[in-house]
Design a binder for this molecule. Structure first.
Ligand SMILES: NC(=O)C1=CN([C@@H]2O[C@H](COP(=O)(O)OP(=O)(O)OC[C@H]3O[C@@H](n4cnc5c(N)ncnc54)[C@H](O)[C@@H]3O)[C@@H](O)[C@H]2O)C=CC1
Ligand SMILES: CC(C)CC(=O)C(=O)O
Ligand SMILES: [Mg+2]
Length: 364
């Protein structure tokens, strides 16, 4: 099978984790006999420097013409004061690709539970998924303006935008533990009142799925006090952005979490949930696992290569079981490795036809 993949390394640790992802993808190609054509394009701050815009036309065209897009991360202090920011390019790309459904699995690997500041017994076995609305809400709605005296952001959602993301969440929950937790702020926000109404409507079509509504402030608390009570958590753009970073604490590090951003029929966009981490860029400390697990999500969701996706996840699992740790997940024991060494360990296991697949709890 030949697939075409647009690759956008971006800024900071983006190029470092992308390099690791491509090495593992190469391992998949070798082991399973696939051909992946990768086309690298400039994006984010690097594109501002080179072309004056974070999302050059050629980059967008390559993404739209590909079967999937792999993205590292964008942004950094260098561009913080400029008129155009790298993050605008990311939002524009998500909108242009219409990837409205951002799926962010929270999976706690055995042996990493103690890294969270929470009690290990609360964290152990936590395995849930955020379904975050990605192309609407306060990051996109107009008017959006600022002058010396006043600044305005607008939060707007249509019934249609809410319905399609909520349906995605119920479909996913139907294939998992059949529970949807919808997070809103319906005691205050009009958009949240509409959100809750739509959830109630959609829920009627899924009688086998349990529905729960939480206000976002309590949801933030529940994320760390009782994460095993979640299966699928569906929420709007900004709440999902914030809650998923919070949830990464359960997994041991922001560097552990992958994501898939999906449209109805077009290519998917796959990126770790973290940013460009300027504080550790170039130091070999970046954890490549969130990016590598995003490759697994691409294999599964865009290419329907389930066996291959599981092989990548298994290689990550076995590497962690063998005790290899980047700085962010290094506790009292284990072998401290650089980004490159971690990638090599995962790549090496990727090439093996392992028999311990049953040990792995498979990702969605
Ligand atoms: N999708 C994207 O491209 C995103 C971009 N950003 C941008 O990234 C820049 C930095 O933002 P921050 O708020 O610092 O968030 P960040 O996610 O880049 O970093 C937060 C903290 O987590 C650590 N971290 C993140 N990823 C890691 C990894 N893979 N391995 C080990 N440690 C990791 C960083 O070192 C830092 O201490 C900003 O310009 C921001 O706008 C932020 C979030 C998402
Ligand atoms: C530009 C930001 C909205 C990116 C981000 O923090 C995210 O999607 O998680
Ligand atoms: Mg974020």
């Amino acid at each position: 099978m030949k697939k075409r993949i647009a690759v956008l390394p971006g800024d900071g640790i983006g190029p470092e984790v992308i390099k690791g992802a491509l090495q593992v993808l190469d391992g998949v190609a070798t082991r399973f006999g696939h051909e992946f054509e990768t086309i690298e394009q400039v994006f984010g701050g690097a594109a501002i420097d080179q072309e004056g815009t974070p999302i050059p036309e050629a980059t967008l065209k390559t993404c739209n013409d590909s079967d999937a897009v792999l993205l590292g991360a964008v942004g950094g202090p260098k561009w913080d004061k400029g008129d155009v920011r790298p993050e605008q390019g990311l939002l524009a790309l998500r909108k242009a690709m219409n990837v409205y459904a951002n799926v962010r699995p929270v999976h706690v690997y055995p042996g990493l539970e103690h890294l969270s500041p929470l009690k290990s017994n609360k964290v152990k076995g936590a395995d849930f998924v955020f379904v975050r609305e990605l192309t609407g809400g306060i990051y996109f709605s107009e008017p959006k303006e600022r002058n010396e005296k006043r600044a305005v952001d607008t939060l707007s959602y249509t019934r249609e935008e809410i319905t399609r993301i909520v349906e995605k969440a119920y479909d996913l929950a139907s294939s998992r533990r059949r529970k949807v937790t919808s997070v809103d702020k319906a005691n205050v926000l009009e958009t949240s009142k509409l959100w809750r109404e739509v959830v109630e409507d959609v829920a009627k079509k899924y009688p086998n799925v349990e529905t729960e509504h939480l206000l976002v402030d309590y949801a933030a608390m529940r994320t760390i006090s009782n994460p095993t009570s979640f299966d699928v958590v569906v929420t709007e753009n900004m709440f999902g952005d914030i809650l998923s970073d919070e949830a990464s604490v359960l997994t041991g590090s922001l560097g552990m979490m992958p994501s898939a951003s999906l449209s109805e029929n077009g290519p998917g966009l796959y990126e770790p949930i973290h940013g460009s981490a300027p504080d550790i860029a170039g130091s070999g400390k970046a954890n490549p696992i969130g990016m590598i697990l995003s490759v697994a999500m691409m294999l599964r969701h865009s290419f329907k290569l389930e066996k291959e996706a599981e092989a990548v996840e298994l290689a990550v699992f076995e590497t962690l079981q063998a005790g290899y740790r980047t700085q962010d997940i290094f506790g009292e024991s284990g072998t401290l490795v650089t980004t490159k060494e971690m990638v090599n360990q995962i790549h090496f296991r990727m090439l093996e036809d392992s028999t311990s697949a049953t040990l792995l709890e498979v990702y969605v």
